[in-house]
Design a protein around this ligand. Structure first.
Ligand code: SAH
Length: 550
């Protein structure tokens, strides 16, 4: 499982307490209306002192920042760092228990502060290196190595100084990029075989006029005006042009070098054109995530990948796994994201027919059994065809697959493997998840007719599964149970999340899920559950599901 990435800013900052811990903040304290202490957020010096104090107390970082460059707001910068680290860890190929499952990240336009690399490195600090005096963030066994670029000589000088004086030059490398050159310069790409994630806080605006207009409309952080230099705020064509370049370069670069490309977006209006560009490039493994707002500023992260690890459901289901000061729902209502959902369905829910006369846990148990049976039948029915198809060419692949699935799994020598996250409990009381891995398409009509699997779509590369999904079983019936009455009918909700597979295999995912749920429904009906409603099939994608929940 994912190491818990704790956010020190999950609750409101106590400025008086902070000033006690970091006395340099004291001169900036002001009484607030409710009688507590605060600072004047219109005062550039006060904001600098506040962020310096947060960096010092919570990350043991003491930075040297020029007066004429952005002073990064630590809590909101950390939101993006936590998001991207989780994205990389949740989709890592390295086993979660390998020591350590280290990551490589790349920050484009790191600025004078090198804030993202520094926060990332401190967030995933191996326990052996974490100072025992700091306990506001967890030490973990993972660590991250960061690469960082910028084009601005003045910012580069400070970024390098900040990395060196914090003693992190072994973890962070700063590179100079050319304004007209590649956003992912070759010398940076050459420094590691593969990079787990790329992040960027691009210049948002196309001109000073645009900044002034936005300021007038109060969409910009009020204090950014006095701290951001032109290179930090303005780029020809604004953030749409900048991130479009990134999409173009990622497409040319191909799938092997960088797993996740991500960029912060400062304007809601930028999301549409960039999503359209991704679709035009046939990159469907993308997602738009609203960061929990700090203050009044709403920011989004656009993520995309050319690899087959799908955007993780854990991050679809919440704006952040970290509770935050801001209210995510108000920004989501003001800036809905539903229409930017990827057409490559990432999750889909199914409700079993009503099962009469069963207690809730029995209903869950029956649904689980029915699903395992369907999978088993698919394997058995296809075993003959598979022999025929693979025959001599199978040279130990099946054995290798058996090894992949590990102990405790239900092992099949054929196309499908599955295992429970935790061994099923007899009473089936808890919500449970089944992990399913498909090596070949054995559910298509053609495969079921017994034809050898021969098309590219049917057979995945030997080392790479065709699909991986997780199926969650939950009680779903809103059926009140009156004491003394017979057990009311129960319904179980099955949700499939697509974990792995190429964009081109989205139809295989929906096909498998459609087939399996149809068969589960038939089995449950046949078993005497009086189904008096038709099973509901609700096709979803993360965004829509997530919006509904809010
Ligand atoms: N990451 C920092 C700074 C963001 S401002 C923070 O979040 O505070 C944007 C930065 O991108 C500026 O430092 C600017 O110099 C840099 N930049 C602009 N064009 C760039 C390019 N082509 N390659 C790398 N960096 C660039």
């Amino acid at each position: 499982m994912l190491p818990p990435l704790r956010n020190p800013y999950a609750g409101p900052v106590d400025y008086a307490e902070l000033a006690q811990q970091v006395p340099a903040l004291s001169p900036f304290l002001r009484p607030s209306r409710d009688g507590r202490q605060t600072i004047d957020f219109r005062d550039d010096k006060a904001i600098r002192a506040l962020n310096a104090a947060l960096l010092q107390r919570d990350f043991a970082l003491s930075l040297d920042l020029p007066e004429d460059r952005l002073c990064p707001a630590v809590p909101s910068r950390l939101e993006y760092v936590l998001f991207v680290l989780q994205l990389a860890l949740l989709t890592s190929d390295k086993p979660a228990n390998s020591t350590p499952p280290s990551l490589v990240g790349l920050d484009i336009g790191t600025g004078a502060s090198a804030i993202y690399p520094l926060l990332a490195v401190r967030t995933l600090e191996p326990s052996s290196e974490a100072s025992s005096s700091r306990n506001t963030y967890p030490s973990s066994s993972s660590f991250v190595t960061m690469l960082a670029t910028d084009i601005d000589a003045h910012s580069l000088e400070y970024a390098r100084r900040n990395v060196t004086q914090t003693g992190l030059s072994g973890r962070i490398s700063v590179f100079e990029a050319e304004p007209e050159g590649a956003l992912f310069p070759q010398k940076v790409l050459d420094s590691f075989d593969s990079i787990d994630f790329m992040m960027c806080n691009p210049p948002f605006y196309s001109s000073q006029d645009e900044i002034d207009a936005t300021l007038a409309a109060k969409e910009l952080e009020p204090f950014a005006k006095c701290t951001g230099a032109e290179n930090e705020m303005v780029t020809p064509g604004g953030e749409v042009a900048f991130v479009s370049r990134m999409v173009e370069e990622s497409h040319k670069l191909g799938k092997d070098k960088i797993r996740w490309f991500t960029s912060l977006l400062g304007k809601h209006s930028s999301i549409g054109p960039l999503v359209e560009l991704l679709k035009a490039k046939q990159i469907l493994n993308y997602h738009v995530h609203a960061l929990p707002p700090h203050g009044h500023t709403v920011r989004w992260v656009l993520s995309w990948s050319l690899q087959d690890r799908r955007f993780p459901a854990e991050l679809l289901e919440a704006t952040s796994s970290i509770p935050s000061q801001g209210s995510a729902s108000s920004s989501t209502l003001r800036f809905p994201l539903g229409r930017f959902a990827s057409p490559a369905v990432s999750s889909s829910s199914y409700y079993t027919p009503l099962q009469r006369s069963h207690a809730e846990e029995i209903a869950v148990c029956r649904a689980r059994e029915a699903l395992e049976e369907v999978l088993r039948e698919l394997c058995t029915a296809n075993a003959g065809a598979q022999e025929g198809a693979n025959g001599a060419g199978d040279d130990g692949r099946a054995a290798k697959r058996r090894r992949v699935s590990g102990g405790g799994s239900h092992l099949t020598p054929s196309a499908l493997e599955w295992r429970w996250d935790e061994p099923p409990v007899a009473e089936c009381e808890r919500t449970q998840e089944l992990f399913v891995r498909a090596w070949r398409n054995v559910w298509s009509r053609k495969a079921r007719r017994g034809g050898p699997a021969s098309t590219a779509l049917d057979v995945a590369e030997p080392a790479r599964p065709l699909l991986e999904l997780r199926v969650r079983f939950e009680r779903a019936g809103p059926h009140a149970h009156l004491e003394g009455e017979p057990d009311p009918p129960q319904q179980v909700k099955l949700t499939a999340r697509w974990v792995r597979g190429r964009d081109a295999d989205c139809a295989a995912f929906t096909g498998l899920w459609g087939f399996v749920t149809r068969k589960v429904g038939e089995k449950l009906k046949a078993r005497g559950g009086e189904a008096d409603t038709a099973p509901e099939q609700e096709k979803g994608n993360g965004n829509a599901d997530w919006l509904k929940r809010l």
